[in-house]
Design a protein around this ligand. Structure first.
Ligand code: SAH
Ligand code: SF4
Length: 391
């Protein structure tokens, strides 16, 4: 029994090596990359500039399969959310956020999350498993070509790109699933695949300090850090990882990262929690922190204030709008660029930290499995699956 190789799992170098194993020249890997990631092909027979003998070889040994779509909802504001099956009752979410001159895809890197932040419903779900490269890049692959299909846009480079920006801000902590995340990032940046610039790909982390340093060497994309607190005592209670990597170390890692980053600032995300982290005192403490007055380095930054998306078990409340405005004003008066994130996709539970509701709802398993059968009938029984075949 040999498992079929899912070509979505391979980065450009691995695909070249794979072609080598099949006795093929390296340029075949480039052709394959383009077929897969620029044309959205999943059928080797469609790859007309590959020799028939190679297509036949691939058809018996490889597949191109993203996780199966369980559900697909579009919100009244245009936000589109897919729930994807990653096996054994686990599902992750991918969200597309259209804006006037860009389209951002928010992708997941793990099923569940072990960091367990107090305000995050993914964290409350616990950790299930790391996603594979194919499951991470498969979200971009599936979304890009689904969006093109819905809009009647051609595949290939002639067709208008639907996804111009990617943010790793879905379920999971990307830096705790390091290797697959970096391989997926490299595919996003590769000119024969998605060709996104490093500035248009943002990784969001709760602050895994050693991995921030490693990323600066391996694939320095734009960086967002989930801060949420202005001092260690408060952050220890909100982001448990802070006990391991406290603010001073985190700030120092951010500063080091900027030497290699494609942008000259770090984006600090700050979830606005009523009466927990949203007072004027907190805002002033934050300014001191990022300006280097509390013992760490000054870190050039922007702030993105995220109104908390409540979920029943959290026991937390969203700060009211005037409070968020006042908080933002204090930061701006200190010369810090500050934005307040619009809450989008509320009506389909696609807002930050809500990316788990449906997954936890085990009563829908049957409905999901039905959908799965439907998709497999439509796309073939291998859709979304890595299967084993006998040689
Ligand atoms: N694990 C990474 C990336 C995924 S979370 C991280 O923590 O950075 C993406 C963003 O959504 C983070 O800034 C996170 O703190 C925020 N978030 C999580 N739950 C939220 C909630 N209920 N309301 C608002 N933002 C939330
Ligand atoms: Fe994990 Fe990020 Fe949620 Fe924290 S906020 S539990 S790190 S996904």
């Amino acid at each position: 029994m040999t498992a079929l190789t899912n070509l979505l799992d391979l980065d450009p170098a691995q695909l070249t090596a794979y072609c080598g194993e099949l006795g093929e020249k390296p340029f075949r890997a480039k052709q394959l990359l383009r077929w897969i990631h620029q044309f959205g092909a999943h059928d080797f027979d469609a790859m007309t500039d590959l020799a028939k003998s190679l297509r036949d070889k691939l058809a018996t040994r490889a597949i191109i399969a993203a996780p199966a779509v369980i559900s697909d909802h579009t919100s009244s504001d245009g936000t589109r959310k897919w729930l994807l099956d990653v096996g054994q009752g686990n599902a992750v979410e991918t969200v597309f956020i259209p804006e006037e001159n860009r389209g951002t895809l928010c992708i997941s890197t793990q099923a569940g999350c072990a960091v367990n932040c107090r305000f995050c419903s993914t964290g409350k779900q616990g950790f299930s498993r790391n996603l594979t490269v194919g499951e991470i890049i498969g979200q971009l692959w599936m979304a890009e070509f689904e969006l093109r299909k819905s809009k009647g846009v051609e595949p290939g480079h002639k067709g208008e790109r639907q996804i111009t920006n990617v943010v790793m801000m879905g379920m999971g902590e990307p830096l705790l699933n390091y290797e697959p995340t970096v391989t997926a990032l490299k595919l996003m940046l590769d000119d024969n695949a998605y060709g996104l610039s490093r500035r248009r790909v943002t990784l969001s982390t709760s602050g895994v300090v050693p991995m921030i340093d490693k990323l600066s060497q391996d694939c320095a994309v734009a960086m967002a850090v989930s801060l949420h607190a202005s001092n260690d005592t408060l952050r220890d209670g909100l982001v448990p990882l802070n006990k391991k990597y406290p603010l001073r170390e985190l700030m120092a890692a951010c500063k080091r990262y900027l030497e290699f980053a494609p942008r000259d600032f770090i984006t600090f995300e700050y979830c606005m929690l009523d009466d927990v982290n949203d007072t004027d005192v907190h805002a002033r403490e934050l300014i001191a922190l990022v300006q280097g007055h509390t013992g760490g380095p000054a870190v050039p930054c922007k702030f993105n204030l995220i109104p908390f998306n409540p979920f029943p078990e959290s026991g937390l409340k969203r700060s009211n709008n005037p409070r968020i405005k006042a908080f933002a004003q204090i930061l701006m008066d200190a010369g810090i660029v500050t934005t307040v994130r619009k809450t989008r996709g509320d009506d389909i539970d696609a807002a930050c930290g809500q990316l788990a509701g449906e997954v936890q709802d085990r009563t829908r398993v049957q409905e999901r499995m039905q959908k799965m059968t439907e998709y497999q009938q439509k796309f073939g029984k291998n859709f979304g699956r890595i299967i084993e075949v006998s040689q």
